[in-house]
Design a binder for this molecule. Sequence first.
Ligand SMILES: Cc1ncc(C[n+]2csc(CCOP(=O)(O)OP(=O)(O)O)c2C)c(N)n1
Length: 331
Amino acid sequence: MTSVENSVDVGATLDADTTQDLEDLNDVWLIRAFEEKVRELRVAGDVVGSVHLCIGQEATPVAIKRLVGPDDALFVTYRGHGYGLMRGISPTSMFAELLGRATGINSGRGGSAYFIAPEHRFFGENSIVGAGAPIACGAALAGRFDGTDRVAITVFGDGAMNQGSVHEAMNFAAAMKLPVVFLCENNSYSEMTPIADMVGDPNLFRRAASYGMVGERIDGNDPTTLRERISQAIAAAREGGGPTLLELMTARLVGHYIGDAEQYRIPGELDRAQETEPVAVLSRRLIAAGCSRETLDDVETGAREEVESAAATALGAPLADPATAKDHVYA
Ligand SMILES: Cc1ncc(C[n+]2csc(CCOP(=O)(O)OP(=O)(O)O)c2C)c(N)n1
């Protein structure tokens, strides 16, 4: 992964907060450039199948990058490319996976919605809405039986809050005081339906109280806020304080899937969202701290170059061999 030091001349004069903001901007751009390239490859027909992009929602994967400990476990959704990248899967093996190449992180078998890399404590995406939450409870319980201090982190959308599996997982985790951190990325839509039309109380974090756990709504577009609050929830879980539900307010700047006509959007909605999306948040703060526009542009350019090079390498790799299709099916 491109380090900030490689893409910009950070120099010795920047304070720690600004250096962190620059690294975050670099990571946000890496994810965004990756997703934009995925869209290009999907539209061209090189990538096939349903693809869900996280453009606009990059701040949480960026914040989580270093919060997952060596025995912890992270479970995300089909909108999970950003988490894969931040957990350390190389962009080349991510592209190769999307392109069905033998060199993909899962040998071309998983595709967009099923990246998994246990070696990075990334126990995968999942295209079943709400499926990660009970699995995270299982990982946390197993960690307790094994005598480890494992914390399981599960990320899902606002729509998933209405899945029975998520309700059951939250109740079970709270009852057992399991070390689970529930992260609800609230982008205000479940596919094409506004969450406000689907619930009696759109303050989803309030449900935590009824389970007997801490719940809080926070800004889901600022990696600094997210890092601080998620790390507190992880620490509390590790110390025996049980689970936490954090509702992370964000916006998806693109369709639910590639090809979504987005006719459900309210006029002006996306313009407003552009003001508060992660690149805008970080850029404003960096400019106020004295960074030049040129420095910020260099960060974007560096990320785009890394992504182009990774995609080109993946496109040149051999397709997965159909003769191996049954490998790994039986233990
Ligand atoms: C159990 C299940 N029900 C329905 C679907 C179809 N589906 C795919 S994505 C989605 C919307 C989920 O919305 P949300 O949880 O808010 O996540 P987002 O897509 O906004 O990230 C639905 C209903 C599914 N994949 N799994």
